[in-house]
Design a protein around this ligand. Structure first.
Ligand SMILES: Nc1ncnc2c1ncn2[C@@H]1O[C@H](COP(=O)(O)OP(=O)(O)OP(=O)(O)O)[C@@H](O)[C@H]1O
Length: 241
């Protein structure tokens, strides 16, 4: 099966300072892949490089077999790449419905169909459609942020820190929904997440980043079975620094 998104020797940084190096990763259609690592490991930088927001300084990113055009994130979005950033980027003064409408793909589907699909995944948003996004709970805001990505009918869905500011129970409820999205929409899902055990239980594979490099990769089952190795791949950063 060919990857929906693939990086080869990807390297990126800020103002000439390298942050990630030699990143080889890929995600297939229908797969959920976790990107793990401690603070400052380069997870967000990796997602931003995949989305074309941060311009790579080396290597390549291919979306559906075609290279992405760095610095042109709107082009990647049109080609089916959706990023839910860690700040969620909602319009707090607009209603839930207007947030969804603004994000939609203006292709073949009518807005109503797209909205129904989002509500199927996140029924808690149904009674909130006319409520301003700023008045939603943290969990509802995260559902809306993912919903905004869904109305673009993404081929690649990347979520940065799904759990940021959310109660573990909310995250526990959302991860199976993300799994369903991958399976049912055949989207390639890449998740940055701090709740390691939880995310691995809902992922197919994972990569661990340590100081900008992939230090461990494997199936979620392998990583869950070898917690010591997983822990070591995290701790190496703190021990070495
Ligand atoms: N806009 C920026 N300009 C300069 N340096 C940056 C910028 N964004 C991130 N960095 C640096 O790049 C490194 C990696 O940051 P990044 O946010 O990618 O890590 P992360 O793994 O997502 O961490 P966290 O879990 O803390 O968000 C850090 O040292 C960070 O300080």
């Amino acid at each position: 099966m060919s990857a929906v998104i693939r990086t080869t020797s990807l390297e990126s940084g800020y103002a000439g300072v390298p942050v990630i190096r030699g990143i080889d990763l890929h995600v297939e259609a229908g797969e959920v892949v976790a990107l793990l690592g401690g603070n400052g490991a380069g997870k967000t930088t990796t997602l931003l490089s995949l989305a074309g927001v941060v311009k790579p300084t080396g290597g390549s990113v291919e979306l559906l077999g075609e290279p992405i055009r760095p610095g042109r994130p709107h082009l990647q979005a049109r080609r089916g790449l959706a990023l839910v950033p860690d700040d969620r980027s909602l319009f707090f003064n607009l209603t839930v419905r207007d947030n969804l409408k603004l994000a939609r793909d203006r292709g073949s589907s009518t807005y109503k169909e797209l909205e129904e699909q989002v509500l199927e995944y996140f029924p808690a948003l149904r009674p909130k459609l006319t409520v301003k996004a700023g008045l939603l709970s943290g969990g509802e805001q995260q559902m809306l942020a993912v919903g905004r990505a869904l109305v673009t009918r993404p081929k690649v869905l990347m979520i940065d820190e799904l759990s940021l500011g959310l109660a573990p129970l909310v995250v526990k409820d959302m991860l199976p929904v993300v799994r369903r999205i991958a399976t049912e929409m055949q989207a390639a899902v890449l998740l940055v997440e701090q709740h390691i055990d939880l995310v691995l239980r809902h992922s197919d594979r994972a990569y661990v980043l340590n100081r900008g490099r992939i230090t461990l990769e494997g199936t979620a089952a392998e990583l869950l079975d070898d917690k010591e190795r997983l822990r070591a791949s995290y701790l190496a950063m703190e021990v070495a620094s």
